[in-house]
Structures are given as C-alpha cells and as structure tokens.
Design a protein around this ligand. Sequence first.
Ligand code: PEP
Ligand code: MG
Length: 577
Amino acid sequence: MTLALSGIGVSRDIAIGKAHILERGQPEVTEYSVPRRQINDEILRLNQALDGAREQLKQIRTRIPASTPTDITAFIDTYLLMLEDSALTSAPADIIRTRRCNAEWALKLQRDAMVDVFDKMDDAYLRTRKDDVIHVVSRVLRILLNQDTNPHDGSASLKDAIIIADDLTPADTVLLQHQGIAAFVTEYGGPLSHTAIMARSLRIPAVVGVHHARGYIRNDEQIIVDGREGVLLLDADDALLKHYRRRQRAEKQYEAGLRRLKETPAITADGHAIALQANIELPEDVKPVKEAGAGGIGLYRTEFLFMNRPTTPDEEEQFENYLRVVKAMKDQPVTIRTLDLGADKPANDTRSGPLFTNPALGLRAVRLCLKDPALFRPQLRAILRASAEGHVRLMVPMLSNMQEVMQVLHLVNETKKSLRKDKLPFDENIPVGGMIEVPAAAISANLFAQHLDFLSLGTNDLIQYTLAIDRIDDEVNYLYDPLHPAVLRLIYVTLNAGRRAGIPVSMCGEMAGDCRYTRLLLGLGLREFSMQPSGLPEVKSVINHSHISELVRPARKILQCAHADQVLTLLQQINET
Ligand code: PEP
Ligand code: MG
C-alpha cells in the first residue's frame, strides 16, 4: 500500500528515483600526543588543511548559478572569513603547542569551546552561526583525516538518487547537484532556510521538514518526491507512477513555455498592465534580472554591501555600486532601499549595535540610520548622486511612525542642499517611498501616503511582525502564513491608502513572487510586483490568464473569512477558474 509522508515542498518539480540515505555524523576524532620536535610539522599540517578547505569552498562558489540570491551565496564568504579568523587559525595552533596534541584534537577542542559560547547566547541568528562553525570545522577535520569532504558516503554513485538526510548545508546542496542527484529530502529545515532557497535556485526537487523520514525509507527503495505538494510517496503502484510520470512531462513542457514568455508584456486578459520588477542584493544580480525580462528593480537591498566586512563602505564606494546598477538598467526604474542592517542581517562590527534578546524588535533599519546620521548621510548622498544618471527611487525600510517619515524627508532635503552646495548633480524630483513592514505602518499607510511618493509592502517582515513569529526560527515556521486573514487585511488597507492618495503601492516580499497568491493580490488591487527573477515568468503567465474584473469580488470575500482554511478553499477556487 502506498505510504505518503508530508513535509514542506520547496521546489515545484517532481522526481522519481531510488532513495539514498545519507548517514553522516561528525567525523570521529581521537587525541594522541605529538613529540616536541614534531610540533611545527603538526601546525603545518593544520595550516595545510585550512588552505585545502579554503580552496574547496572557492571551488564550490564557482558552481553556484548566477541567479542564486546573494544572501544565500554569502554563506561561502562567511565560511571563508571564518577560515581566516584567528579563532580557527591561531587558537588551535596554540592548543597544539601547549597541549602537544594532534591537529584534529586541537581543532575539536576549539570547536567545542566556540559552540559552548554560542550555546550560551539566546539568539536565533547566533544559533545559525554555531552551525556554521560546526560545518566549517567538519570540513577541515575531514581533510586532516583524509576523509571525503563531499556530502557522500563513498558507497555508490549518487547520479539520479533521491538523497534522504537529516539536514544539508547549502554547500552540500551545491555539491550534490553536481553529482547529478534527482532530488533531496531532509528531516529538518523550513521554506526560508538557506538550503531550501538554494534548492529553488538550483532547480532541485526538494521536500524539507519531513520528520523521521529516515525511519520510514529503506536504501534503494523507489520513491516519488512531489516538491509542489511537499509529499513523498513510498510503495507507489503502477497507476500512481504513471500519473506522476505524466505530471513530470507536463511540468517540463510548461516550463519551456514560460521561458518563451520573457518578451511578452504582463497584461491581464481584461487589459490591465501590471508592473513586474525584480529584487537584487548586489550589482552582479542585474544579469538574471535582465534575463528574466523584468521591467525594473523594485528592491535593491543595499545592506549586503555592508555585511561580511570589517569597515563601512564610504560614499564613493556606495555611489559606484549604485551607479553600476542604474547604468545597467538603462532607463528602467531602480528602487534603492536604504540600509536594513540589524536583526538577521547584522554587520560585522558594532554598526548594528549590541545584541539584545529581540533583535528584530530592536535597533534595525531606519531606526539605526536615524540614530547614526554618520552612517545614513553618506548613503543618502550616494543614492541621490546616482539618481542623476537614471530613474532612481529611494525607499526606506521598517518605518513605524510619522516622526520617522518626517525625519527621513528632512534628511533627504538636507542632503539635496549639501549636494547643490558641492555642485553635484542629482534628480531634484527623486521619488521617496516607504516600506510597509510593521502593522503600525499598514494602519498608518493613509498618513504616510500624504508625504511619500510610493509605498512597498515588505510581506516577509509584515507577516513576521503581524503574527509575532521570528521569520528565521524553525520552531515557529508552521505559523508563518501569508494567508492569515489579519495579514490580508493589512495588505488591503495599504493598497486602499495608496489608491486614495493617488500613489503607487508595490509588493516586494516573497509573497509577490509566489504564483499561488497572484490572483488574490490582483483582486485586492495590487498592480506592481517585485520578486526574485526566477519567479517572474510564472507570475506573468498567471497575470496574462487572469481577468481582474472577475477577481475583485472573490478577493473581497476572502477578506471576510475568519479562518485560514476558508481562505484556502476560496483561493483554490480563484486559482482554478
Ligand atoms: C520584506 O520584509 O518583505 C522585505 C522585502 O525585506 P527583507 O526581506 O529584506 O527584510
Ligand atoms: Mg523587510
């Protein structure tokens, strides 16, 4: 009889293949003593292993597709920085010297000490840093122990295999794809985990969060992975296999059709033009934006220029980065968001302030910028200067009250004055907009709209703050629900506020790029979407097959629902017509 196991589907594709269970704990390490005269050789052995690990990671970086969001590929840079840090270079060498022990043991002791420190910190972001330390040290240990560093137990070829693992690192995911796996299933992880986002970028069918999967699945057993529905099917009969093979073929044809959509404009079947833009993190991200045929950049997350480095980029460096993007996009709009440092995006120094128990509720984004004009002013100058060369819009994250709106506008005016004085050109009419990411901002959107030129719904944070769930905490992932009636009402309130004030409202959170929500959002009044470039063709296809006139009434009906289940039923009806 067919057995179905459910988890969270993170990549829409389907795979049918043989299971390969990956059992891979931490490498076993034992202590042995090293004679005094061989201490230097032992330290050399450690340094060579560190060099080897650096080299491997650089190799992995070259295999990541250009379309992968830079915050995901940044994990490699984090690992590389760790491998340069004295905590992993000098400290284990000191242990070898004082304890006269082997390099593996010294590294293990140092790792345990670091993990201990992280364990004492009560912060979700730092917990992910602890995992990074474990991953990096394992890689170096495997080199020292002459073990395979690939996520592979050496027993068989992984080509076309469906990997079943407790968890995978983003680096493992890249390497597994290179070995030709058909899909993967993990016991841990949520839809926003780095491994899940990597699976989407690499187009690997994947289901994560299938608790105890390894307890149900045998090696070499045939299984079906349905990444769209988030299910695994074991012991499927012929009829079911036939059904899934047919679906697999249909998906492939559908995707080929989507690729042809690049040049087609996004216009609903009843003639409404919809703006489809893309999100970027660094200038390099412009290439996939162009390839996807986006009509501009709806969110440029500038904080990535400030992360993973010890110093703050000055006005000139920022200007050069922004200008690269503006020039590459020619006359298309580029929405540059001011710094959103803090919470899960800390800088490497004290710029994001000390760590508090609730960093997401702390000194983050515009709050940090307004508190530290020395950080904010150079960025405003750089953005305004870039506006002389194209169609730039300036956008401010995490606004929560009118004082912040007015303070930002005051600082923008001051910056304009200083640029006039310095005879530096800029767009006098540069649009200044605000993100709606906090319930207070959505409820105040009508007030914000009287002073701002546009609004943009940052649903990743709006959902986090409305539902009081940490967006990076795996334990509360099940509560992260874009269809929660409270979230939908806040979106609707914001769209109405923009419409009444005659200013555009876009959406740049992940919700905008998920085609399951496209029709609902059109019905609620959204006309501008910004998303990861890979989501664009599918959203466009839905738009081109929708009649807004038929969506308004059902969307309003959804707003009246008391419960998410009712929302889901109505949403299915909207999507099926
Ligand atoms: C959001 O919160 O939806 C958003 C787009 O901003 P970020 O994901 O960078 O916080
Ligand atoms: Mg946000």
